[in-house]
Design a protein around this ligand. Structure first.
Ligand code: HEC
Ligand code: HEC
Ligand code: HEC
Ligand code: HEC
Ligand code: HEC
Ligand code: HEC
Ligand code: HEC
Length: 380
């Protein structure tokens, strides 16, 4: 099992000319250079297919983009969370801490190097889309932790749970309350986890894990490291659209995901589940479109504050999309009724009603209320 024949040298020794080459005390004076940083490019020497698929997925460049290059999120991390707005110096260690303790550990960031080619500014190690100084992208150890590099481990839902959780994408929580999660918890210890790659089939397990639906070979489908491949909708952004371009091919994605279900469920069951997801997306988009229309009218009349984080209407609109609306969509997609409803639709309508109230009051008084009544993340 694992990497019996692969040695430290295979992964950590690099050419002297590498941007990441350095020497520890023991190596000084020798011709051997090493790097503690090991990206997907190293694995690609022996696993080119997996790395190629991975690089086409959202887990690669798209994942680190918000942390590295998107002005809006740089503003969130450094200006707001990092306290630049109250005068904390931009780029100082404390200013960097929201990025380095949070966003970067899930998403990845650009690794920066000091004069000895060792990583600095807490930019390493990082999350799934980490960008390395030699231009390579991706940290395979987020699912296959070092130095085991096990398939078994990556097949378990715990491999995804360190990132796919919480108020804005509670995928592990949804899984745990789904029938599939119930069966995993009740029976999982008796499943056969170590079947050969691509040969792990129903019977080895009795309900799907995250990997089964999104990655593993099952029935006629082969294993893929492109997690976007089996998705129809974009359930992350402000308005849900069928996936296209860099985010995948939604029409194809729907077909593939149905094939996953078909290994264990009948057509009627599957079509019902797919309709429920489409209807949920439709309902969510209706809320969102109305929120956008209210915001536009308020904006046209000068009734929005410049700083959205001090403006309750805009703050609530963020929660409508980013927390409650995502929970409803993810809950519906992965069969978690409590998230679809109580943490999802129920809170969506509440948030929306409060937004409507603020909207009507502002229009009636032709002014913005003095203080934000929103208790930040309070109940959301
Ligand atoms: C199959 C490739 C592979 C092999 C073989 C391998 N490593 Fe690693 N190692 C990695 C990866 C991947 C990381 C994480 C690097 C990253 O996040 O950029 C890592 C990280 C490390 C780190 C830094 C960890 C830390 O917590 O500071 C050390 C030290 C290390 N490896 C030593 C070794 C030693 C010693 C051996 C041999 C016994 C070895 N590695 C074998 C891939 C490998
Ligand atoms: C020098 C070649 C080489 C490199 C580099 C390499 N591997 Fe492997 N890997 C192998 C071979 C050969 C196997 C087949 C199984 C074995 O060795 O036991 C394997 C198997 C695997 C498996 C399946 C293990 C199982 O439980 O069946 C995983 C996962 C894996 N490698 C991940 C990685 C990752 C991640 C990296 C980069 C950090 C990496 N490998 C780098 C040669 C390599
Ligand atoms: C280290 C953190 C991390 C781990 C572990 C992780 N993911 Fe992700 N995942 C992310 C991030 C960040 C994104 C957002 C990517 C983007 O920007 O498109 C993401 C996106 C996704 C997407 C949506 C793809 C897209 O681009 O919209 C799927 C599906 C997914 N992950 C499935 C999984 C599964 C299944 C596992 C476990 C086998 C897993 N992830 C493990 C961080 C992680
Ligand atoms: C606990 C891990 C985690 C942390 C911390 C985290 N994210 Fe994410 N983020 C994710 C996951 C997982 C997704 C994908 C959700 C999905 O596909 O539904 C995601 C999605 C996103 C997306 C949408 C993806 C895209 O390509 O447009 C953006 C933007 C984003 N996060 C930005 C950030 C920023 C900025 C921070 C820090 C201020 C942050 N995230 C902190 C895990 C995390
Ligand atoms: C999001 C989690 C995740 C990430 C990230 C990930 N893997 Fe995997 N990997 C898996 C899962 C799950 C399997 C098992 C598929 C199955 O059931 O056969 C797997 C299987 C493998 C295998 C066994 C052969 C195969 O294709 O099934 C290799 C080799 C491998 N991964 C290498 C890599 C390399 C190299 C990277 C970095 C580019 C990587 N993995 C990143 C989840 C992941
Ligand atoms: C029964 C199969 C199944 C299981 C198990 C499952 N998912 Fe999903 N997942 C889906 C379906 C179906 C969708 C919606 C796909 C679509 O749009 O057609 C989805 C959507 C997602 C998305 C949202 C992608 C986006 O648009 O932002 C993420 C992230 C995700 N799953 C991660 C996970 C994680 C992590 C786990 C385990 C904790 C998991 N899934 C378990 C079937 C599954
Ligand atoms: C490996 C087999 C397997 C796969 C693949 C699978 N499921 Fe299931 N699913 C089950 C089992 C077993 C149950 C529990 C049936 C029971 O309640 O006795 C279940 C239950 C469910 C339930 C709860 C209602 C019910 O039938 O009890 C829903 C909804 C569901 N699955 C949807 C899906 C969807 C959608 C997919 C594909 C994205 C999928 N499943 C893929 C095995 C599977």
């Amino acid at each position: 099992m694992g990497h019996a024949a692969v040695t430290c040298y295979d992964c950590h020794v690099v050419d002297k000319t590498s941007r990441m080459a350095s020497q520890c005390e023991g190596l000084k004076g020798t011709k051997t250079y090493i790097s503690p940083m090991v990206s997907s490019a190293t694995c690609a020497r022996c696993h080119p297919v997996e790395v190629d698929q991975f690089l086409k997925s959202g887990h690669a460049t798209l994942a680190s983009a918000p942390v590295v290059e998107n002005e809006k999120f740089l503003g969130l991390m450094y200006h707001n969370e990092g306290g630049a707005f109250f005068g904390n110096e931009k780029g100082s260690p404390s200013n960097r801490s929201p990025r380095s303790t949070g966003c970067q550990m899930c998403h990845g960031t650009q690794v920066e190097l000091g004069p000895d080619n060792k990583p600095i500014n807490e930019t390493w190690p990082g999350g799934v889309g980490t960008r390395y100084p030699d231009g390579s992208v991706g940290t395979c150890t987020v699912c296959h932790t070092r130095h085991k590099f096990s398939v078994e481990e990556a097949r378990k839902p715990e491999a995804c749970a360190s990132c796919h959780l919480g108020p804005d994408h509670p995928d592990i929580e949804i899984y745990e309350e789904s029938k599939h999660g119930q069966i995993y918890h009740a029976q999982g210890e008796n499943w056969k986890w170590d079947s050969a790659p691509d040969a792990w089939e129903p019977g080895d397990y009795t309900a799907p894990t995250c990997a089964v639906c999104h990655m593993s070979g099952i029935g006629e489908l082969s294993t893929t490291h492109n997690v976007n491949e089996r998705l129809k909708w974009d359930l992350v952004h402000q308005r849900s659209e069928v996936r296209s371009g860099a985010r995948g091919d939604g029409e194809q994605g729907e077909k593939l995901m149905k094939k996953v279900c078909a290994n264990c469920h009948g057509t009627t069951h599957i079509e019902t589940q797919r309709d429920m997801l489409d209807n949920t997306v439709d309902m969510y988009n209706q809320y969102w479109d109305r929120a956008v229309a209210m915001k536009k009218e308020l904006g046209d009349k000068g009734l929005l504050k410049k700083d959205p984080w001090k403006d309750p209407f805009q703050e609530l609109m963020y929660y409508l999309w980013h927390h409650t609306g995502r929970r409803a969509r993810h809950g519906a997609a992965m069969n978690g009724p409590d998230y679809a409803h109580w943490h999802g639709f129920f809170q969506m309508f509440q948030v929306f009603k409060d937004m409507e109230d603020l909207y009507e009051t502002r229009l009636k008084n032709n002014k913005i209320e003095e203080l934000s009544p929103v208790m930040s993340t309070g109940p959301l």
